[in-house]
Structure formats: C-alpha cells, structure tokens
Ligand binder design. Sequence first.
Ligand SMILES: Cc1ncc(COP(=O)(O)O)c(C=O)c1O
Length: 365
Amino acid sequence: MEYRIQQIQPFFDDQETRNLEKAIKTGWVTEGPFAQEFLSLLKEFTGARYAVLANNGTLGLYLALLSVGVKDGDEVIVPDFTFNASASSIAFTGAEPVFTDINKNDLQIDTSRIERLITSHTKAIMPVHIYGQSCDMDPIVELARKYKIRIVEDAAQGFGVFYKGRHTGTIGDVGVISFFADKTITTGEGAVILTNDEAIYNKLKMLRNQGRPNSGTFIHPELGMNFRMTDLQCAVGVAQFKKFEQIREIKSRNFNRYRDTLSGIPGLEFVHVNDFTNFIPFRVNVRVPDVEGLIEHLERNAIQTRRMFYPLHRQPCFSFLNYDDAEFPASIDAYNRGISFPVHCRLNDNDIDYLCTQVKAFYNK
Ligand SMILES: Cc1ncc(COP(=O)(O)O)c(C=O)c1O
C-alpha cells in the first residue's frame, strides 16, 4: 500500500549528508571524532557525568542492567505498557520481568503499585518514560533508597524530556536513550547510556568494548562484547542533535494543530501531560471509541496507523509468567482504545488537516 501519510519519517537534509561525507573522506568509520563529539554534546545537554554509546536502545538497556549487576534469579519491576524491549532486555540477563500497571490518565508507571511487588529478589526498577513525557521519579527514587534497589531508566523515547529540570535517564543509577528511526533525533539505530556513577561507567566501558577499557589493546581484563556504534552513525547524530530545537518546534506545532482540530470529538481523549515534565511530542496518542473501525477507515484512506502497545503480560513470549488481566486495567484500556497519529517533521498542515478530516468523517457517519 502506498501511504499518503506515513507514521514515521526522519528529518534529514544536507547537514547529515555533509557530516557523512566528512566521516567517509577522513576514513573514520568505526568510533572516532564524530563519536567523541556526539558523546560530548549528549553529556553537556543531559547533564550526565558519564556516557557511553551503544548500538541500539534494546542492547543499551541490556548493558545498563548488566552494569548494575542484574543477573539470573533477580527480579526487575517494569511497567506492563511499554515496548517489548524493556522486558526482553531484562529476560536476556536471566532475571524475571515483574509487570506493573500504569496510570490511566498519563500512561506512565503507577508508582503507588510498585512497593507491594518488591521481594527479596528485586534487584531493580525500570521506569519507562513514555510518549514524550517523564514518569514521576521522586516516589521511585524513594523506594529504591528504602529497599536498596537500583533504578535503570528506559528513556528510549526521552531525548529532550526533563523531570523537574533533570534529563530523563540521569535520575536513576543508569539510563538509556534510543536513536532509532522514530525517535526525536535519530541515527537509524543507536543509543546512549547515561550515568553519574563512576563504577557503573567503568563497568559499561568494559562490557561494551570486548572487556577492555579502550580499543587499541589485545589485553582483555574482563569478558565483554561489541556494542559499539560507527562514526557514520555518529556523524548523522551530531547533525540531528544540532537540529533538536527545530524538531521540537515543528513537532509541537503539529501536535497543537491536531489538538485544536480533534478536541470536541465525543469520546476522543488526549493523554494527560503532568506539570513535573516538559513534553516533546513523540506521536499524537489518543484514546477513541471503536479503534479498530477507525484504523480500517484511515488505512483505506492511505493513512498509516499504529495502535498503542500490546500489554506485556499478554505477550505470547511472556505467557509463561501466567499473569491475570485483572491486575492491569489501565494497560488493557490503553491498548483497547489507543491509537497513535504521526507527528513527525515531514508533515505539513494539509497532511494534518486531511488526517483530522478523515477522523471526523469516521465519527460523523
Ligand atoms: C520504550 C522503549 N524501550 C526500548 C526501545 C528499544 O530501542 P531500540 O529500538 O533502539 O532498540 C524502544 C524503541 O524502539 C522504546 O520505545
């Protein structure tokens, strides 16, 4: 199907091409000058004391979990409503993901439910900052201190998102931001892992680069693997980073146009945004009546659509954990009624008006 409106489109222009050409001409294709520049920009922007790159957000989360010692037999508490990688990265360490429900209004982890899930096996909590805003970190930090457990933040969607002035991914022990194609800034695949803890940083450096602190030696004090990025990706990352303000502005303008046009449709609800966070639109996430009918209608009119996340406790790959639907009313409701409209920088006003007209036509029929 040829879509008139696609769900995601990167915002590339000459700046990415120029940086790529420079990387190729200088001959640096593995981590080199652009990787160093990208890391410095990211550290300065997020305020993290330490940062390492990883080849994507999923493996970044896996590394982050390993760096705080999560292992076979441990439990890690994670929201039921997130991309599958939050939980699969936990499962690949040998630990068990323990699912918890979200708030109905903002779709972030429901912090009031976490404490009752903490056991003697709980090693970490993984809050996930979802859909362009932060979750409420203070109660999570308090619990982590009380029970001496770690916080591994999944800030895959959180680039540019600050909680009470602190960048997501820098509030817990360690955090991960993804640069996948649909993220606020993208390198195609890629991620950064942030921490303020020197011991975690040293562990991350070893794990990501063949068990040695730096390249250029064949002596490997520890076991590690290869989670590096390339300078070609970082060349794109540097160009994207420098366009962040422009990206934020365009996405916010797009989001506001949707909100102004769609408000008033009976039963259509936008996700609540909290005062403790800024908001960088990731998609236009709304809950609607008859989500399946609407998707069918939009697809028929050449608009690519996405439902919201499928609850993790229902995922076939986690069925062995035997959860009961009754524990996850908000996550199930988000899936049953949730739809995401595109908000990317390649949309123009006509595209948004066309999509909104189609939504209105569906509900007026
Ligand atoms: C919440 C969340 N966690 C983890 C990931 C995994 O990141 P990546 O696609 O870079 O592996 C993503 C996105 O793709 C995500 O949205």
